[in-house]
Design a protein around this ligand. Structure first.
Ligand code: HEC
Length: 248
C-alpha cells in the first residue's frame, strides 16, 4: 500500500513537471504565472492594441509635441540664413573647463559672436519678461546687482553669497559675445541659462539688460580699454567668485 502511494505520487509529480513542456521549443507549455511569463510592457515596434494618433498600432510613440534633439538648430529661414544666429547656436560649452579654458572660450565668443536680433520693442518686452522670471532675484529690478537673494528687504545680507556686478558698470566693459557666453554657460557663481532659454530668448534678455545699463546698439567693450585690464583677469570663474563673496 505504502509503495503504491509513493509510485502514484512520483507519477503525479512527473506529469506535473512534464505538463509545462510543449512541442514548440519557443513557447512555454502550461504557464504557472502568466504575468511573469508575458510582460505587460509593450515591445518596441511590436503591434499593440492601443492605436496611436495616426491610427497605427505600432507601439513606438512619437515624442511629446515640442520635443527637440540636443544641438538642434531651428529650420526657420531667418535663423538658418543669418550667420550671427548660426554662430550663437554653435558657441561651444565645456562643462569640465578649467579657468583658463573658460577664459579662452569667453574671449573667443567676445571676438566672434554678433547680436543677430533686431532692436525692436517686442524683443525688449520679451526680454523684460524673461529677466523678471530668471534674473531679477539676483541682479535686481534696476540691474544694480542688489536683487532680493543678495540683499534682503531690511538691508541685511541675503542667502546668495556672491554679488552680481552693476550692469551699468560691467556691460560697457564687455562685448555682446561675452555677455551671450556668460548668460548661456554661466560665470563664477552664476549658473548658465543655455538649457532653459533658447538662443533668441537669450539675446532678447540681453537687449533688455543692455537697456538697463544704458548701452545702445552693439556692446563693444569700449569702456574696458580705458579702465584697467585687471577686471578681465578677475573674470575667471574662481578668482571672481572669491572676490565677489560677501563678508558677512
Ligand atoms: C543666482 C544669482 C544670479 C542669477 C539668477 C543670474 N545671475 Fe547674472 N550674475 C550673477 C553673479 C554672481 C555674477 C558675477 C559673476 C562673476 O563675474 O563671477 C553675474 C554676472 C552676470 C553678467 C556679467 C557677465 C560677465 O561676462 O561679466 C551678466 C551679463 C549676467 N549676469 C546676466 C544675467 C542674466 C541675463 C540672467 C538671467 C537670465 C542672470 N544673469 C541671472 C548672479 C546671477
Amino acid at each position: 500500500m505504502r509503495k503504491q502511494i509513493i509510485s502514484i505520487a512520483l507519477v503525479a509529480a512527473a506529469l506535473t513537471v512534464l505538463s509545462s513542456c510543449g512541442f514548440d521549443a519557443k513557447k512555454p507549455g502550461r504557464v504557472y504565472m502568466p504575468d511573469m511569463t508575458y510582460s505587460n510592457a509593450l515591445e518596441a515596434y511590436a503591434p499593440s492594441t492601443i492605436l496611436n494618433e495616426d491610427g497605427d498600432s505600432v507601439s513606438t510613440r512619437k515624442p511629446v509635441a515640442g520635443t527637440i534633439p540636443r544641438g538642434w538648430i531651428p529650420t526657420d529661414e531667418k535663423i538658418r540664413t543669418n550667420e550671427a544666429f548660426l554662430m550663437s547656436y554653435m558657441a561651444k560649452n565645456y562643462f569640465t573647463h578649467t579657468a583658463e579654458k573658460w577664459q579662452e572660450e569667453y574671449d573667443k565668443a567676445g571676438a566672434s559672436l554678433k547680436d543677430p536680433l533686431e532692436y525692436t520693442a517686442e524683443n525688449k518686452a520679451a526680454g523684460a519678461k524673461l529677466y523678471n522670471t530668471h534674473c531679477i532675484n539676483c541682479h535686481g529690478a534696476s540691474g544694480n546687482g542688489q536683487g532680493n537673494l543678495v540683499v534682503l528687504e531690511d538691508g541685511k545680507d541675503g542667502p546668495f553669497t556672491a554679488v552680481p556686478p552693476d550692469y551699468k558698470k560691467r556691460l560697457p566693459e564687455i562685448k555682446d559675445g561675452n555677455i551671450f557666453y556668460s548668460v548661456s554657460y554661466g560665470k563664477g557663481m552664476m549658473g548658465g541659462y543655455g538649457y532653459s532659454l533658447n538662443v533668441t530668448e537669450r539675446w532678447q534678455v540681453i537687449h533688455y539688460i543692455k537697456g538697463l545699463a544704458g548701452v545702445e546698439g552693439a556692446a563693444t567693450g569700449a569702456a574696458a580699454k580705458e579702465g584697467d585690464k585687471k577686471d578681465d583677469k578677475a573674470a575667471a570663474p574662481k578668482a571672481d567668485a572669491k572676490k565677489d563673496t560677501k563678508k558677512s
